[in-house]
Design a protein around this ligand. Structure first.
Ligand SMILES: [Ca+2]
Ligand SMILES: [Ca+2]
Ligand SMILES: [Ca+2]
Ligand SMILES: [Ca+2]
Length: 320
């Protein structure tokens, strides 16, 4: 059925660097952080309990009723629904290594965090990286089903790289990168836009991939988070416009953009502010712009130079 997952968008706007997850500064409360490892274990037990006792409307997605709105709904496995398949049997999961440094903990530790996700309807378009910008409709809720945030009528642009930052809900970026965007965006005669076969999914995140020890609005501290998303479109990013796509500035290829900062020591001494490579137009701080130390062809493909042959690319080498 070709009309499946069809969305009419009112206006396809230019990228808005959405700060939705950061701009509620007035009503957030922070408590001293507790152990990251203990919290991750507690959260995972709580999440598993939820996944074992709940299901989503998979039967409607499998055989859509005529007026089906393609919205994910959760319910408890009980009574008439006692025989439903629990979420835990349907969801995929991945692990992300999280450093306690992101939360200002005294004891430095690195803890694997498990998040769960399910692509309910696969989009027909490309999959974003954790550095890309995504056009989504979403709803955030707690395990007790309280909705705390969302943009369920009109979609918003989310810069996943920004959501990966300490203090934001990093897991949203991680999980979204498993989903696919929709197909071609068609402009209608009346100025609206249509996206067919967009991606639909949801994710369940431990608090270490959410807001951890910070309470925001109705989100308590150490709260696992659920996000349902419709992923319509995505754009590649080059945040610092140095010619290198942001995802390629994850130099250590660990899927985290904020721990790649070639001139960190210099920035600490001189500015006191740190700019990770994807936000830094002079990555090695040698006074020569990164864009002048690399070669980019007409299609945007990047070739790196190593003028002094020391194995360090020129834009990351402050003596060449
Ligand atoms: Ca990295
Ligand atoms: Ca830097
Ligand atoms: Ca850069
Ligand atoms: Ca250099």
């Amino acid at each position: 059925m070709k009309m499946k997952n069809l969305l009419i968008l009112l206006l396809f706007i230019a990228i808005v660097w959405s700060c939705k997850k950061n701009d509620d500064e007035d009503d957030f409360i922070e408590v001293p952080p507790q152990s990251l490892a203990e919290t991750a274990a507690e959260d995972d037990a709580e999440i598993k309990e939820f996944l074992q006792t709940h299901f989503y409307n998979y039967e409607e997605f499998d055989s859509p009723p005529a007026d089906f709105d393609y919205k994910i709904e959760f319910d408890t496995i009980a009574g008439d629904n006692a025989n439903k398949t629990p979420l835990i049997d349907q969801m995929d999961w991945k692990e992300v290594s999280v450093s306690s440094d992101a939360f200002g903990l005294d004891e430095s530790e690195t803890v694997n965090h498990k998040y769960y996700y399910l692509e309910v309807e696969e989009g027909s378009g490309p999959s974003p990286s954790i550095a890309d910008s995504t056009y989504v409709r979403y709803e955030g809720s707690l395990l007790n089903s309280l909705v705390f945030d969302g943009s369920t009528s009109s979609p918003v642009w989310f810069d996943l790289a920004q959501i990966q930052a300490p203090g934001a809900a990093r897991g949203f970026a991680e999980a979204t990168s498993n989903f696919k965007a929709g197909g071609e965006i068609v402009v209608n005669a009346d100025g609206t836009f249509t996206v067919e076969d967009y991606g639909i999914g949801f994710m369940v995140l431990p608090s270490g991939l959410g807001y951890f020890n910070v309470s925001r609005g109705s989100i308590p501290v150490y709260a696992p988070l659920i996000f349902k998303i419709d992923l319509f479109a995505m754009n590649d990013t080059d945040h610092d416009r140095d010619g290198i796509p942001s995802i390629m500035e994850d130099e250590d290829k660990d899927g985290y953009l904020y721990n790649d900062n070639t001139d960190e020591e210099q920035e600490k001494e001189i500015f006191g502010t740190l700019f990770a490579n994807f936000l830094d137009a002079d990555d090695d701080g040698d006074g020569i712009a990164t864009s002048d130390e690399i070669d980019v062809d007409e299609e945007g493909n990047v070739t790196f130079r190593d003028t002094d042959g020391d194995g360090i690319k020129d834009h990351l080498d402050n003596d060449s």
